[in-house]
Design a binder for this molecule. Sequence first.
Ligand SMILES: [Zn+2]
Length: 279
Amino acid sequence: MTCPACEGTGWKAHERDGVRRVERCDCWREQVTARLFADARIPRRYQHCDFTNFRDYSESLTRARTRAAKLADAFPAVDRGLFLEGPPGVGKTHLAVAVLRHVVAATSARALFYDTRDLLRVIRSTYDPVVRTTEIEVLRPVMQADLLVLDDLGAEKTTEWVEETLNLIVNTRYNERRVTLFTSNYPDIPDETDTNSLLCRIGFRMRSRLHEMCDFLELRGADFRFAPANATDKELLSLAEMAREKGSRGVGAVRPMPARAQLREPHADLKWPGGRAGT
Ligand SMILES: [Zn+2]
């Protein structure tokens, strides 16, 4: 259907103070935004997520939502990203997508969403172990996106290659002052013997870089995937209480994973093997 305001030209005329000017029609902006959304790779199950349908029924959820909305409003005048941490199903990805969608709609930024494991799979598919490089076409959009969401950090089994690859991406974005949002199921506890800690999952170097470039927000609440669709805030709160009693530190749904051997050693960071790909 042809736009009646501009008859499909994308430009419309208007008059101000007796001077006739042309400006971009709203339909043109809508098309640009629609293309940016399509390019952002938001998974279908999260495409509806925004701030208005985020349920903040606990104190930590309200705090996270407020902080995330502040970033979304201020973008691109933002110098720190966000690290959203909490148990599965609590709304971390919802909040990250809400920021992404707000930013794209308000500023026409180029934004990109990636599940961390999917990203590594894509990179790995073009990785040449002999020359230790990956096709730049894969990495460039990830490094250059104005806003990047890396979902589920720490879920990938850590290898030297995974660590080098993620460090390269994160360090490049940090150096170029691009904003990145991370979500993770792994709590940021300063315990290098706990195999469920973020530290064990991603390593010292990555964790300290994340603290330099992100504000850490803890989300505590019920697992939405197991909550009835019409659950009240009170019911969600009591579900959250149950989950907290069941699991240690409120991460009941996170299964222990084997830790990397070198992380059990004290001062393991001194002999950290990663980094060659990034320097
Ligand atoms: Zn139009």
